[in-house]
Write a new protein. Structure first.
Ligand code: HEC
Length: 222
């Protein structure tokens, strides 16, 4: 369901961008009559795409809960700005405004692809140097293992399922298949504490024993 939503979102944004590009070109080459025809014939396209874009985007944003990265909020604000600029630009046949709307749309499209507002890989933390597994320290897991795994399962279903799926294979936001993960227990604990990119850091949200429990539970997915 979420993957379908992500694909729908990308498709809608792409259509919006192409339609905007088409209208901007018509405006720039002074094909005003054709532009008017296109605008009147397809006057429902922009409102429909706009609503779909915000609805699917809003839904995806809600999946992150309180952990949504800043660039997603900025994107939302920019989209809310683009829609009226676009409407006014073509109504008043204002080339500068049409170009601004087009550039802003390209910008958020690119920012989404890279997962960062400044297009820096580091901010998007997709670099391998920032791999939480490298921060793994030795931990001693104490306590009843069966009980820990049960607690781990509860936490997994409450916190992790939405992106990783019940079986660890869902892969929302390109999350790796946990049933095939080669990380050891300590590396997993470090991952869960530190997070990375879209994957939230749980160090402040869960107690150490809870993090250990869910890390232990991941073995059950294999
Ligand atoms: C918002 C979505 C999201 C949630 C919620 C989430 N993850 Fe992740 N997780 C990801 C993504 C995306 C990656 C890959 C990050 C990257 O490589 O940049 C990942 C990576 C991982 C990895 C590393 C796997 C590997 O082999 O490299 C582990 C382990 C993991 N998550 C466990 C968990 C656990 C346990 C929870 C719940 C406590 C959780 N995740 C919650 C999205 C999520």
């Amino acid at each position: 369901m979420e993957i379908g939503m992500l694909h729908t979102h990308v498709l809608v944004v792409t259509l919006f961008l192409l339609f905007l590009l088409f209208k901007t070109i018509l405006l720039l080459v002074n094909k005003k009559e054709l532009l008017t025809t296109v605008r009147t014939k397809f006057k429902m396209v922009d409102p429909i795409l706009g609503v779909l874009m915000l609805a699917t985007g809003g839904y995806l944003l809600s999946l992150y809960g309180s952990t949504a990265p800043t660039y997603l909020w900025v994107k939302l604000v920019i989209v809310i700005i683009i829609i009226p600029i676009g409407i006014v630009a073509f109504k008043k046949e204002n080339k500068a405004m049409a170009i601004i709307a087009l550039l802003l749309t390209f910008y958020i499209y690119g920012a989404s692809e890279v997962g960062s507002l400044t297009f820096s890989k580091e901010e998007a933390s997709t670099t391998t140097e920032n791999n939480p597994a490298q921060y793994a320290e030795e931990v001693m897991i104490t306590g009843d293992k069966v009980q820990l795994i049960k607690t781990g399962e509860e936490i997994y279903l409450a916190e992790c399922k939405k992106c990783h799926g019940v079986d660890g294979k869902k892969g929302l936001f390109k999350a790796p298949d946990l049933s095939k993960s080669k990380l050891g227990l300590y590396e997993r604990i470090a991952w869960i504490k530190k997070g990375k990119g879209v994957m939230p850091a749980y160090a402040d949200e869960l107690r150490n024993t809870e993090i250990e429990a869910v890390a232990l539970y991941l073995d059950k997915l294999k």
